[in-house]
Design a protein around this ligand. Structure first.
Ligand code: 0WD
Length: 256
């Protein structure tokens, strides 16, 4: 069933109440899960602590973790192991690229900008999966967030498209490695949602307009849509699914 009673999940990447990660946290909380939040910036940390007061389960834990640092990841996950014991899943909702590389021609991407986007937005999944595995002795579910721009050319998505392609391939390799431990790894490919990160993409409003006009459901998705799908992927109802890229995008990806 969909109940996550007695289970613990790590949610990485809540910056504020509009973050997709917050939609995921709310869905997992409603299902009875205990939550562990990690954040990069102090400011996000104080936002999350305030937001967490609105959750039904008041036993959340909080850790600062910059996924660019192996030391941070190691420290965070050993603290989590010590403080929370066994964990049952992890939601990786983290991405970063330089704003100036999210518009115009992809060919102008710099080496530094390319590597930065790959480091924070793609490699970090493998790094945190490796660390989280140590606490996932009962098996579980890891999810990450991706976007159609990793499969196709989406105007302005550029360097982040290359990072999402790498992230999506990582999901498959990680799913293969971790399957024998009863750990599933999947991606949710979300349609465009207005968040702080989305503001970095040039001409984001016209992307939303396109969804309203062309997607089968004729509406953009929201944090709740993604949160509920994350709940399904964290629960045993999805126990036969791994290495999958599940589109939560009003069906937009099937339109030519
Ligand atoms: O339309 C959208 N918003 C979509 C987003 C459509 C499809 C996918 N996604 C993806 C994003 O690419 C990302 O992977 O969903 C994920 C979450 O995105 P979001 O909810 O749009 O983003 P936002 O609310 O801005 O949070 C992203 C967070 C950062 O926020 P702050 O403001 O604290 O930097 O990513 C985290 C951080 O919390 N982050 C980091 N976390 C740890 N270490 C790092 C880092 N180095 N860099 C960014």
């Amino acid at each position: 069933n969909l109940s996550l009673e007695g289970r613990t999940y790590v949610v990485m990447g809540v910056a504020n109440k509009r973050s997709i990660a917050w939609g995921i946290a709310q869905a997992l909380d409603k299902a009875g899960a205990r939550l562990i939040f990690t954040y990069a910036r102090e400011r996000s940390g104080s936002n999350i602590k305030k937001l967490a007061e609105t959750l039904e389960n008041k036993n959340s834990l909080f850790y600062q973790c910059d996924v660019a640092s192996d030391e941070d990841i190691e420290k965070t996950f050993s603290a989590i192991k010590e403080d929370a014991g066994v964990i049952h899943g992890l939601a990786h909702c983290i991405a970063f690229a330089k704003t100036e590389e999210l518009g115009g021609e992809f060919i102008k991407t710099t080496r530094d900008g390319f590597l930065l986007a790959q480091n924070i937005s793609a490699y970090s999944l493998t790094a945190v999966a490796k660390a989280a595995r140590e606490s996932m002795s009962e098996g579980g579910s890891i999810i990450t967030l991706t976007y159609l721009g990793g499969e196709r050319v989406v105007r302005n998505y550029n360097v982040m498209g290359a990072a999402k392609a790498s992230l999506e391939a990582s999901v498959k390799y990680l799913a293969n490695d971790l399957g024998k431990d009863g750990i599933r790894v999947n991606a949710i490919s979300a349609g465009p949602i207005k968040t702080v990160s989305a503001k970095g993409i040039s001409d984001f409003n016209s992307v939303i307009k396109m969804i309203e006009e062309k997607s089968p459901l004729r509406r953009p998705v929201d944090q709740e849509d993604v949160g509920n799908t994350a709940l399904f992927l964290m629960s045993d109802l999805s126990k036969g699914i791994t290495g999958e890229n599940l589109h939560v995008d009003s069906g937009y990806h099937i339109i030519g």
